[in-house]
Design a protein around this ligand. Structure first.
Ligand code: SF4
Ligand code: SF4
Length: 136
């Protein structure tokens, strides 16, 4: 979904969003949370990988990956009654200087797709934290 602004090469080198520490497990797709739960982690520093991640090929789910993953590093938040979109600070592919690429994509139809999806599944809406800069 973000292929026009995010290359596979950038993600292949990084994989941050497919690995989790205990406090980040709320971010994981549902099926990953079923496998990784608080008790899976030895301590708060241990990093565990999503079971769908292949260390050389990346995500093995292709187009079947969860919607959460398709739009990452974007996340929908409900703020003051409005659906707003934030970008994860942790993603090295975007900075406040390059967020305009994501904003353009949202203006060109991605925001409407996200609205349609969250209307069907409100669990896609997350609680806003300071680690996401609101861009839309
Ligand atoms: S954090 Fe960003 S750059 Fe890294 S794998 Fe995820 S989307 Fe790609
Ligand atoms: S489903 Fe795929 S993209 Fe999503 S966290 Fe797992 S490996 Fe990463």
């Amino acid at each position: 979904m973000l292929k026009s602004v995010l290359t596979g090469e950038q993600c292949a080198k990084c994989k941050i969003c497919c690995s989790f520490v205990r406090e980040d497990v709320w971010e994981a797709p549902d099926f990953t949370r079923d496998t990784l739960n608080e008790k899976s982690f030895k301590d708060e520093k241990e990093i565990l990988l999503c079971p769908a991640l292949d260390s050389s090929k990346g995500c093995t789910l292709g187009e079947d990956k969860p919607f959460d993953c398709k739009i990452w590093p974007l996340r929908p938040f409900m703020i003051d009654g409005k659906l707003r979109i934030g970008v994860a600070d942790i993603c090295p592919a975007f900075t406040p200087e390059t967020d305009y690429k994501l904003k353009n994509l949202l203006e060109s139809g991605l925001y409407d797709v996200i609205v349609e999806m969250v209307e069907k599944d409100t669990s896609l809406i997350k609680n806003h934290t300071k680690d996401y800069r609101i861009i839309f």
